[in-house]
Design a protein around this ligand. Structure first.
Ligand SMILES: Nc1ncnc2c1ncn2[C@@H]1O[C@H](COP(=O)(O)OP(=O)(O)OP(=O)(O)O)[C@@H](O)[C@H]1O
Length: 461
């Protein structure tokens, strides 16, 4: 069935809304209407919309606020605003906030047609580019699970074996930011090759009442506001992979539905009795222990056994610190390309600090930390102060006799590296002085207090 473009027209004046609706229908578009920004958002929640056409001045939620919300929740939908005659300033503000274009009242119907066409064409090109980019990045995903750690290598070995068994459900466990999605994509790519879809659903982020429709889709008239058919993620994944991320947060009633789908390998859209076969592989991921959730009565035991067919556990970064240098190299290379900076590397002191740190946010935190450092540096090595980690700032270094520093701050460790031919007690001493001084941001008094030596010791280093 050919896809008819749907436009959501938002205006608080009934007469103008009616006129707009008629003009758009004449051009051949499907039209939905809303009287203000809030109503527009309600409609966007339940239906697929290709473009929003909005007035700026409206009660409850005005056009500028609507642009902000649409940009955040549905960034691929282009917005055209309609402004009062002569209000160029508000048109400029709307475009600054992300509107694609504006029309000034009273506008020529031909201008309306051309502006909409241009916005939709532009959107089409953007989407195609995104798809190509997605395919290209996906291509390299198995190699992009960067590791030298033996436990992680074992996980990759198991993952590459299950990749070939395309019907097998995989459960990936690991702390937030440890690389569960990266691994899921790698399994998908290794098992499917390029054209198949990879569809990720974050079960913790979707409101409970929308999740069923999000997963399985609905038919027109299935519930109030369902004005047209909508595909769910299981359909969109086709012969590829669906990743159910944060599955531990799935509400119990939906768990029962998912169980049936996994058992019978068919599902129905809401409001339909027609069974649709499940053709995709299911991967679930969670940062919690599903077994604990079962014990607490928050996860169905039968579903647990269904999804836990092939469990893979990614160790947290704190248990594979040997991966930190290679991950840093990999991330810096990506940042060089993204930021267009030379980024010569990381100082030994900064690396030492990174090796000491606990990384509760895992690889994601490491990436964020390096991105921050890369932005702050210019053609120089990344130093401890650039990292913004607790322990790098002078106030985080425990004072003499101050045992109060909780956790990591109460312990200090040094990694000293020297070429064998330069090894000597003096040389090690020099390094310790240098690292300590750097950790205290060059404050010699603080560093000498910390090492319990005379301040003069630093004048040589
Ligand atoms: N082994 C790895 N090699 C390269 N990059 C990695 C690796 N592990 C994680 N990353 C990067 O770290 C970030 C977080 O990874 P990912 O989104 O896969 O984590 P996650 O465990 O799925 O997190 P969440 O539980 O919050 O969804 C991403 O930018 C990803 O590219």
């Amino acid at each position: 069935m050919p896809h008819t473009t749907t436009i959501l027209a938002v205006d608080d004046e009934p007469v103008f809304r009616f006129l707009l609706e008629r003009q758009l229908r004449e051009i051949g578009y499907n039209v939905l209407t809303a009287a203000d920004g809030l109503q527009a958002l309600e409609i966007l929640e339940g239906q697929t919309v290709d473009l929003v056409l909005s007035d700026l001045v409206m009660p409850r939620m005005d056009g500028l606020q609507l642009i902000g919300s649409v940009q955040k929740l549905y960034p691929s939908i282009p917005i055209i605003v309609i402004t009062a005659h002569g209000s160029v300033e508000s048109a400029v503000e709307a475009m600054r906030r992300g509107a694609y274009d504006y029309l000034e009242k009273p506008y020529d119907p031909e201008d309306l047609r051309i502006t909409i066409r241009r916005a939709l064409d532009y959107q089409h090109v953007v989407q195609e580019n995104e798809q190509i980019k997605g395919l290209l990045t996906e291509r390299y995903t198995f190699q992009s699970v960067v590791t030298v750690n033996p436990s992680m290598k074992q996980v990759l070995e198991l993952a590459s074996r299950v990749a070939a068994a395309r019907q097998t459900t995989v459960a990936i466990y690991g702390e937030s930011g440890s690389g569960k999605e990266v691994l899921a994509r790698a399994i998908h790519f290794a098992g499917n090759g390029l054209p198949a879809e990879f569809v990720a659903v974050n079960c913790a982020a979707i409101p409970e009442h929308l999740m069923e429709s999000e997963l399985f889709g609905h038919v027109r008239g299935a519930f109030t506001g369902a004005d047209r058919d909508r595909e769910g993620k299981f359909s969109l994944a086709r012969k590829g992979t669906i990743l159910l991320d944060e599955i531990g947060d799935m509400p119990l009633p939906l768990q029962a539905k998912l169980l049936r789908v996994l058992q019978e390998r068919v599902f129905e859209k809401i409001g339909s009795n027609t069974p649709i076969p499940v053709t995709c592989r299911v991967i679930v991921a969670t940062n919690r222990s599903l077994a604990d959730l079962v014990a607490a009565g928050r996860f169905r035991e039968d579903l647990y056994h269904r999804v836990n067919v092939f469990p893979l556990t990614i160790p947290p970064l704190s248990q594979r610190k040997d991966d930190i240098p290679i991950l840093c190299g990999h991330i810096l290379e990506q940042l060089r390309q993204h930021l267009g900076k030379p980024l010569p590397g990381i100082s030994q002191q900064a690396l030492d600090l990174m090796l000491e740190y606990r990384w509760p946010g895992n690889v994601r935190e490491l990436r964020n930390c390096l991105e921050r450092a890369a932005i702050l540096t210019d053609n120089e090595l990344i130093r401890p102060g650039h990292l913004g980690l607790a322990g790098a700032a002078p106030e985080a270094v425990p004072e003499e006799g101050d045992g109060a520093g909780a956790g990591d701050a109460s312990r200090v460790s040094y990694h000293l590296t020297l070429p064998v031919e330069e090894l000597s007690l003096d040389a090690l001493n020099e390094q310790i002085l240098g690292i300590t001084l750097e950790r205290c941001s060059g404050n010699k008094s603080k560093a000498s207090q910390l090492l319990k030596v005379n301040r003069k010791a630093f004048y040589r280093s």
